[in-house]
Design a protein around this ligand. Structure first.
Ligand code: SF4
Length: 227
């Protein structure tokens, strides 16, 4: 298993967009969001832990610890992979504390701004991690699936979060799973990717128009698909 810290970039215009501001942003809002973004770099602690796992295809995706992913849609996406990568990433606890503090003080604007900053930061990390895996896969002449997250999209069973947490030592990045299968700190993400020769690199969950990774080589491939 590997653990690493990340440097992330928070695009303040994406934060404004997610807050509902489009063309004409009032100057006071622009300044407030800019200040919050600048301050957030002081307390966001982006970290990720991840591992590669071999699996067998038997009644689903059978992992080395004998747990099985059975959700049909996920099995279909993963079954042609040579191995899977599991990951949990987080921005740390301090941003969660900041959000709670501002809401408790009835400063809803600041609370919402930091909440959206957290979402934009996690999105950045998720895209960056996918991009890194995709680059390695490309060099090896193999492909990578889209990101698969228990409890979202086609992966309806939120209890499968425990499969990821049982296979990674997430305490090394300070993330735990609650009895309700929610991650703590809440600005955390869990994901699974399939990687292999028979996998075609998927850009399913990649909306490049909103992605701050301007140097991403896959941006052009998405444009080709769309045009
Ligand atoms: S630029 Fe597009 S393909 Fe590249 S990471 Fe961002 S969303 Fe994904």
């Amino acid at each position: 298993m590997q653990v690493k810290n990340y440097q992330i970039e928070i695009d303040k215009y994406l934060v404004l967009k997610y807050l509902g501001y489009k063309d004409k942003v009032p100057k006071d809002i622009l300044d407030e969001v800019g200040e919050c973004v600048d301050e957030s770099y002081g307390f966001i602690k982006p970290a990720i832990c991840f591992d590669q796992l071999k699996f067998k295809f038997k009644d689903g995706i059978l992992l080395p610890d004998e747990s099985i992913i059975k959700v049909q849609y996920i099995v279909e996406v993963l079954k042609r992979s040579d191995y899977i990568v599991m990951a949990v990433m987080t921005l740390g606890k301090e941003i969660e504390d900041k959000i709670s503090t501002f809401f408790a003080r009835n400063d809803y604007m600041k609370g919402m701004i930091y909440d959206v900053i957290g979402n934009v930061g996690l999105e950045y990390m998720g895209k960056r991690f996918w991009q890194e895996l995709a680059e390695v896969a490309k060099k090896d002449g193999i492909g990578i699936t889209q990101s698969l997250n228990p409890g979202t999209g086609g992966w309806k069973d939120i209890k499968d979060q425990s499969i990821i947490f049982n296979n990674l030592n997430t305490s090394l990045i300070g993330v735990e799973l609650t009895d309700a299968f929610m991650m703590k700190p809440m600005k955390s993400l869990s994901m699974v990717y399939g990687i292999g020769k028979a996998v075609k690199t998927s850009l399913v969950d990649h909306d490049c128009a909103e992605c701050p990774l301007i140097d991403c080589p896959y941006r052009k491939e998405v444009a080709k698909c769309i045009n």
